[in-house]
Ligand binder design. Structure first.
Ligand SMILES: Cc1cc2nc3c(=O)[nH]c(=O)nc-3n(C[C@H](O)[C@H](O)[C@H](O)COP(=O)(O)OP(=O)(O)OC[C@H]3O[C@@H](n4cnc5c(N)ncnc54)[C@H](O)[C@@H]3O)c2cc1C
Length: 417
């Protein structure tokens, strides 16, 4: 009998580790690390890049005891790194506090998504890692330490691609809980989005534009409004609110999507696009994404339009989001308010490769930084030139993991380029 291959969520990466470990305590975790010459931690496996791959020990922390401790007065929470955002959000809400933002799906782990710079949308909202105020790390020698904001190396310890050690817990900044209503608008003219990008994207707490690149409009605009702020008005753009719920991918039932039509709900039930108890997105896909300085938004959108004939045939949907700048050395939003240009491709790596190359050929010259957790083919030297703190990250890695036991081929390719 053959056993199922071990893969990521999208099944485009087959893991071939020498061994797999699921420690049930910190003592067992330290024992695994003591005997492993190379190791990678797997979160929920939602990355499309080989960021988790290893020929050594693949480590899941899913069986470690974890907790969620909320300090309402300090507006802080300490949560287990392996937990999913969807697991912690209702607990935070129960204490009257909230996260500043969430990704499109709540299914991903806190540590795994923070490690790759995962983000949602919101012109004033940073990536998910921006809420992190401290990281509890077990390093390769089995020792445990907290690295907190203000400590040497903190800004390299959050979006760290798993290269420093196993993240056991994370301290998060929270804010008072809020309600959100979500309305999907249809038919935003491309020219209006380009000319008035900041106005459209700043019209609510979180705004996402969706397009197939097959028409002269963004077919959908997802608007998530904090109910404490005034109603979002996009009528001036020529778009109109949908009176039926929609899935971002054409032709797919909206059943998996969070509630729309302006129905008010708790923040964690509206901010992600997809429900925790459903398969997110199309479920059968590859993804790529590139983050650029927001001042390049119009240029970037027009650039992608020039390769739309290569992109559209292998595309399910494209999403345009905004993310606020941060100070995290490996964050794709390091030092710049960003526009994120995302592609949900069909599930066929060979067919998609020319489209990825075409997109990269027009966006990388504009300074695009690829999403670490999605399909990318950017030459390492070009990625390195987009990250001014790469040398600091290398120094930090060398200090915390001098034998590079947590460095896999993917990390070495980009960090040590
Ligand atoms: C359907 C779908 C929708 C998506 N939507 C978005 C989106 O809206 N925005 C966005 O930015 N991205 C999105 N992504 C990408 C995804 O959020 C990232 O790839 C994210 O990193 C996945 O989190 P994970 O827990 O699965 O991490 P994994 O893919 O398992 O791991 C990612 C990295 O984190 C490290 N890691 C994981 N856990 C630990 C730990 N405890 N300690 C140390 N290192 C650890 C791994 O070694 C690896 O380097 C989406 C992906 C899918 C499949």
């Amino acid at each position: 009998m053959t056993s199922q291959p071990l893969t990521n969520w999208a099944r485009n990466i087959v893991f071939e580790p020498a061994s797999v470990a699921r420690p049930r305590s910190r003592v067992e975790l330290a024992e695994v690390l003591a005997s492993a010459s190379s190791v990678r931690v797997l979160g929920t496996g939602h990355s499309f890049s080989p960021v988790c791959s290893t020929d050594g020990t693949l480590l899941s922390l899913a069986d470690l005891p974890v907790s969620i401790d909320v300090d309402v007065e300090a507006q802080r929470a300490v949560v287990g790194g392996p937990l999913r955002w969807g697991d912690i959000a209702p607990v935070l809400d129960g204490h009257g506090v909230a996260l500043h933002n969430m990704g499109s799906l709540p299914h991903i782990s806190v540590a795994g998504s923070a490690s790759t710079g995962t983000h949602g949308s919101g012109s004033a909202l940073g990536c998910l890692a921006r809420a992190v105020r401290g990281v509890e790390l077990m390093t390769a020698d089995g020792s445990v330490r907290w690295i907190r904001e203000g400590d040497d190396g903190f800004y390299g310890s959050v979006v760290a691609l798993g290269m420093l050690g196993a993240v056991l817990s994370v301290e998060l900044a929270a804010e008072p809980a809020y309600d959100v209503e979500q309305t999907v608008w249809q038919g935003l003219p491309f020219v209006v989005a380009v000319d008035r990008f900041d106005d459209v994207m700043g019209s609510a707490r979180s705004v996402s534009l969706f397009t197939t690149w097959q028409s002269d409009e963004f077919e959908q605009v997802w608007v998530k409004r904090d109910t404490a702020s005034p109603p979002a008005d996009l009528w001036w753009t020529g778009a109109t609110p949908s009176d039926v719920p929609l899935h971002p991918c054409p032709g797919i039932s909206p059943e998996a999507c969070t509630q729309q039509l302006g129905v008010v709900g708790r923040w964690y039930e509206r901010v992600p696009h997809f429900r925790l108890d459903h398969t997110p997105s199309s479920g059968d896909e590859l993804q790529s994404e590139y983050l650029l300085d927001r001042s390049c938004a119009a240029e970037a959108l027009e650039a992608v339009q020039t390769v739309a004939h290569v992109v559209a045939p292998v595309l399910q949907i494209s999403e345009i989001r905004t993310v606020a700048a941060d100070s995290l050395w490996l964050s794709p939003c390091y030092g710049r308010d960003s526009v994120a240009v995302h592609f949900t491709w069909i599930d066929d790596a060979d067919a998609v490769a020319p489209a990825v190359a075409a997109v990269e050929s027009v966006l990388v010259p504009l300074g695009a930084r690829p999403h670490w957790g999605k399909v990318l083919d950017v030459e390492p030297g070009l990625v390195a030139s987009a990250y001014p703190r790469l040398a600091d990250q290398r120094t930090l890695r060398n200090r915390l993991d001098p034998e590079h036991r947590f460095t896999n081929g993917f990390v070495a390719r980009y960090l040590d380029a």
